[in-house]
Design a protein around this ligand. Structure first.
Ligand SMILES: *Cc1c(COP(=O)(O)O)cnc(C)c1O
Length: 425
């Protein structure tokens, strides 16, 4: 079983021509050590049983697969099922790999996890793992993002992490990456760089995928138990691509149609979306070769998504490979469709999805309408409590920002807009 999985990436960390490790000379030895340590522990009985125990008793795994009956009836056509990663500890799939990275750091005798964060979700997941393992956490974050995403800064500090404000350039994610990397370069022996998705130089795209694979392995078994068969379709959103690879990697050798959903944002003009695989071209970013949204100078382009976890100009190298192979279909959902899915799932199922996950849902609903009697398994990568934007300004008038936007932009579910409108007035 699983012939694809065993042979990808190759020994040099390539998925076809994508991936690899383009590193400054002083880090080559470090990354070799990380790879060796990972290869050793991933075969160790002790490591595997400790990770299993963490997943079960701390993270609350396995997360359920749920048949979204009312959503399916509303869509008409095919049946939609949700893999409930929103029920994972801290409310998203991210802990699946940060706990693995924490365990790896422990095994390697490191004192600290270091990472950058944009919206703060990855920073919180790293801070959680560090607290669990008794490691220090140092999270670099742009000053602009610190102001914008303040609740996550509070969470990181509560969890005992040191948040380092980055004050140069645009003061957002790109500068935070540079800043964390500089700090890491100064003292790589003491810390492990905790990368937040299936991106970065080898071995990260492989090890993050392997840690996320639990999502697909569980879902495969649960779905078969529920229905007696495999799903006809898989759908997951793609930012860097970790929740998608987690689900997809357990089904790549099967006769299952697979869809990765990228954020189409406001439009397909440069700077207004982050559909890397749909509109990008080959290039090197953050130490690996992949599809990339680039500007005229060949630098990573400005990108945008309503979901802050999806606005990355690159994408995991394995997705680039699976696109070229034609094994996975990469499609898009725009902000408007995403918001519609966000509100619909909340209303008809009582599940508030993360805006990232709502991209996958939006496409799944479309697919359900276009097909008949098929099954669609969606990775609900996280919960949406973080997205209701209850900043002081908004709570003063008791109107979350999104509700105001939505009444202007979306086609209502019958009976829904009326209800919102009356609340607003
Ligand atoms: C961070 C995040 C994502 C995007 O990351 P991937 O590596 O593409 O999975 C998706 N969903 C949620 C809920 C997230 O927090």
């Amino acid at each position: 079983m699983s012939t694809y999985f065993k042979s990808h990436p190759n020994k040099e960390g390539f998925f076809g021509k994508y991936g690899g490790a383009f590193l400054p000379p002083q880090l080559i030895e470090q990354f070799k050590q990380i790879e060796e340590a990972y290869m050793t522990i991933s075969k160790s009985h002790l490591f595997i049983s400790e990770l299993r125990s963490i997943r079960k008793h701390y993270q609350g795994r396995p997360t359920p697969v749920y048949f979204a009956q009312r959503l399916s009836e509303m869509a008409g056509g095919s049946r939609i099922y949700l893999k409930r990663e929103d029920l994972n500890h801290m409310g998203a799939h991210k802990l699946n790999h940060t706990m693995g990275e924490g365990l790896l750091a422990k095994y390697m005798g490191k004192k600290k996890l270091i990472a950058e964060t944009g919206a703060g979700q990855h920073g919180v997941a790293v801070a959680t793992a560090a607290a669990y393992f008794g490691l220090e956490a140092e999270i670099h974050m742009g000053e602009v993002d610190i102001k914008k995403e303040y609740p996550n800064v509070v969470r990181m500090k509560l969890l005992g992490a040191k948040v380092v404000p980055v004050t140069h350039g645009a003061k957002t994610l790109k500068e935070a990456v540079d800043s964390a990397f500089d700090a890491y370069l100064k003292n790589p022996d003491e810390m492990l760089f905790a990368i937040g998705s299936v991106v970065g130089p080898h071995p990260y795209p492989m090890l993050v995928r392997d840690f996320q694979r639990v999502v697909g392995i569980e879902a495969r078994e649960q779905f078969q138990e529920m229905t007696g068969e495999l799903p006809d379709n898989l759908v997951a959103c793609v930012g860097g691509g970790s929740n998608a690879m987690g689900l997809f990697s357990a089904f790549l050798d099967d006769d299952v149609k697979i869809f990765g959903v990228e954020p189409a944002g406001k439009s397909f003009k440069p700077g207004e979306h982050a559909s890397t695989l749909t509109y990008g071209s080959e290039g090197v970013i953050h130490g690996f070769n992949t599809y990339l949204l680039q500007n005229d100078k060949g630098e990573p382009a400005e990108v945008y998504s309503i979901a802050s976890g999806l606005d990355y100009p690159g994408v995991g190298p394995e997705h680039s490979f699976l696109k070229d192979e034609g094994r996975v279909n990469y499609v898009t959902a725009n902000d408007k469709e995403t918001l519609e899915a966000f509100f619909t799932l909340s209303r008809v199922e009582g599940i508030i999805p993360a805006l990232e996950s709502a991209h996958a849902l939006a496409y799944a609903v479309k697919l359900a309408k276009e097909t008949h009697y098929e099954s669609i398994l969606v990775n609900l990568s996280g919960r949406g409590d973080k997205d209701i934007d209850l900043s002081p300004k908004n709570t003063a008038s008791a109107k979350p920002k999104l509700l105001i936007q939505i009444t202007k932009t979306r086609n209502p579910i019958p009976g829904f807009l009326l209800c919102e409108a009356s609340r607003d007035s």
